[in-house]
Design a protein around this ligand. Structure first.
Ligand code: WT7
Length: 656
């Protein structure tokens, strides 16, 4: 036990794992990069002035704003009095500048059907869809729910809402009828846009019956627009339901964008996952658009000839900010793929990269580890030489997965940017800038220009370099959430009360001797082993560092001696066999990489892990399993069978 913790007050989170390798930017990349190191000083000298200049340069306004920021914690108003239209900024102005023929999206359906939408196409389709909403009685300020698969109508529907100032709430297509009606009722949506269904793993996954079920429980819905993806026909409720191809296709191609206030609500996005009642995270127009556009330009170094692919689902904030709003504001060309990465084979993504000469790929560690598990033959079978930048988001990326991504996908020549942010932050807040920052595998590196982040102890005091603690943000930023819909008190409580004057993100982090930030996951996931606060992320990274391991999840299990003991769930790479000997080896490996304090007491080989639909490991359920308790709420679980399989194995958890 360390001296500090014997004295009763340990470090908030121990800093155990030391990753030493560094990757300086390639001078050739730096020479062409959108941003230089000077941007940090410029932004941090006067962050309000910085965002003022960005807002004037990047956005088109009907009415110029007055004050840049009014900040009355926790309430921010950015670009006060300014008026603009988000859809105009994402579509019309590019067409007016002569970019109508530029491709906005290359869309690829899972069965292999494709569609190409230029900016001129987008303008026409968005205008027609907006006119359809107007015909159905939707007015500026009315909420519209969107429950669609990854098809072009999804961004078109979002932009149609933005065009008339009707806030949207997109509900991920994998969610149940109950989740959908809960969200509709929370925000009182008037119209629902859905589809008969979408393709996933070679199967038609129906949505309309969920939508119908949700509507029986959602009295505010007056009309439902239904996209015909399959052409098989579905039951349509007379007067309530309208086929997209009827009501949208007959509309006029002209629909003037409605100027809205900078602080007009653009959308609500409900956070799902680990907590109880979903929170309607509220984003407004100008600040959000600026934040997503600026960061997309700076972090992804976006150029007019790039083919950019963010492989997230548009139903998550990653898709909102980095498939729809940021990229379109920057007039970039993107890929949207409807289906699963393993359909028909595990090389589907690499085939798409090769076919479309994708230059920038942005995905999540859970996907990277799934590819790692399959080995190198799939990527090796394709020409990936068009790639020039790789991004990661959603969870801490283990150093081993980071290196695999760079080496196997990036040919050991392209920069990797690990980007930290949240639904609440709206935009990337911590990330390398690819032409500027020397990266370290597993570190999100430094706050973005204009952002002030800190790592603090339980009393809100800055932790010295080399220490761990709670990640906080000390200044407002343009894309920050403006609240939780209908619940200002919960907003203040959740984000602004733990540390006075600071936004607390809920994440643990450490800062190394050079000031690099290492995200350690949610603080609820930190274990306390014999007085040491150990981050689950670090133990997982040490396990994944072993050549046989594809993925690992670690939780604390109540222990009579040490308070908590480390329980590791391990997925092996394809072709590796579980054995007692391997279990011993893996424990030794963790002890070697981190130190004996982190050696897992329990270790179990599992075929899969319980994850949310956005790919986050549900450690809460693993803790229930480890403790032998009844399972808590499983509604956000992507695949319910996983837990049963693991549970039927728990007897086999090997104790050291
Ligand atoms: C939480 C937010 C932001 C889009 C996707 C998730 C975790 C996110 C990273 C990263 C370590 C990360 C955090 C954060 N997270 N990116 N690069 N490194 N952790 O959005 O569902 O709102 O989740 O995801 O724990 O708080 P979200």
């Amino acid at each position: 036990m360390s001296v500090e913790s014997q004295a009763g007050r340990g470090p908030e989170i121990e800093n155990l794992l030391a990753e030493k390798r560094t990757f300086p930017p390639d001078p050739a990349f730096t020479a062409r990069a959108n941003v230089t190191a000077a941007i940090y000083d410029e932004a941090n000298a006067d962050y309000v002035g910085f965002w003022e200049r960005q807002a004037k340069e990047r956005l088109s306004w009907y009415t110029p704003f007055g004050e840049t920021l009014q900040w009355d914690l926790p309430d921010a108003k950015w670009f006060v009095g300014g008026e603009l239209n988000v859809a105009y900024n994402c579509v019309d102005r590019h067409v007016e500048r002569g970019l109508g023929d530029r491709v906005a999206y290359h869309w690829i359906g899972e069965p292999g059907d494709t569609r190409t939408l230029t900016y001129a196409d987008l303008l026409r389709e968005v205008s027609k869809a907006a006119n359809a909403l107007l015909e159905l009685g939707v007015r500026t300020g009315d909420r519209v729910a969107i429950y669609l698969p990854m098809i072009p109508e999804l961004p078109i529907a979002m932009l149609a809402c933005a065009r008339i100032g009707a806030p949207h709430t997109v509900v991920f297509g994998g969610f149940s009828a109950e989740a959908l009606s809960g969200r509709i009722n929370d925000c009182g949506a008037k119209v629902l846009i859905t589809a008969d269904g979408g393709w996933r793993r070679g199967k038609k996954v129906g949505l309309k019956h969920h939508a119908d079920e949700a509507c029986t429980d959602a009295p505010t819905i007056e009309h439902v627009i239904v996209v015909d993806r399959f052409g098989d026909g579905v039951h349509m409720v007379p007067r309530r339901d309208h086929w997209w191809h009827d009501i949208v296709d007959r509309q006029s191609e002209s629909c003037p964008p409605v100027p809205v206030d900078a602080e007009h609500m653009l959308y609500l996005l409900y956070t799902s996952g680990t907590t109880a009642k979903p929170k309607g995270i509220l984003h407004t127009s100008a600040g959000y658009l600026l934040g997503s556009a600026f960061t997309h330009w700076a972090v992804f170094d976006i150029k007019p000839d790039d083919v950019y692919w963010c492989a997230a689902d548009i139903g998550w904030v990653t898709g909102h900010s980095y498939i729809v709003y940021g990229p379109l504001a920057n007039a970039s060309t993107g890929i949207i793929y409807e289906g699963a990465p393993d359909t028909p084979e595990w090389d589907r993504w690499w085939q798409i990269v090769e076919d479309y000469k994708v230059t920038i790929l942005y995905t999540a560690p859970t996907a990277i580890r799934a590819f790692m598990k399959q080995g190198e033959t799939h990527p090796a079978g394709h020409d990936l030489s068009s790639l020039r930048l790789l991004g990661s988001v959603g969870e801490p990326i283990n150093p081993e997965a980071w290196r695999w991504y760079r080496e196997v996908i990036g040919g050991d020549r392209v920069p990797v940017v690990d980007t930290w942010w949240q639904t609440e932050t709206g935009m990337i807040l911590i990330s390398p800038l690819p032409g500027v920052t020397t990266t370290k595998p597993g570190s999100a590196t430094f706050p973005m220009p204009g952002i002030e982040a800190d790592v603090v102890d339980a009393d809100g005091r800055s932790v010295p370099l080399g220490g761990g603690g709670y990640l906080v943000l000390k200044r407002p930023w343009p894309a920050m959430l403006r609240g939780i819909y209908g619940d200002p008190e919960r907003y203040r409580q959740t984000y602004w009360s733990r540390f006075p004057g600071m936004y607390f993100a809920g994440d643990g982090a450490k800062r190394d001797e050079e000031g690099y930030l290492w995200l350690l996951g949610r603080v609820d996931d930190v274990m306390n082993v014999a007085g040491h606060r150990i981050s689950t992320t670090e133990v997982e990274s040490a396990l994944v560092d072993h050549r046989s391991v594809a993925e690992a999840a670690v939780v604390g299990k109540t222990d009579a001696i040490s308070g908590q003991a480390i329980f590791a769930f391990v997925i092996l790479k394809a072709g590796q066999q579980p054995s007692d000997a391997l279990g011993v080896q893996l424990r030794e490996h963790v002890a070697y990489v981190i130190g004996p304090i982190a050696r897992p007491k329990y270790l179990m080989f599992v075929p899969d892990l319980p994850k949310t639909r956005s790919g986050k490991i549900m450690r809460r359920l693993l803790r229930d399993i480890a403790e032998g308790r009844a399972l808590g709420d499983v509604t956000t679980l992507a695949d319910a069978n996983v837990v049963d399989t693991i549970r039927s194995n728990t007897g086999q958890a090997e104790e050291e």
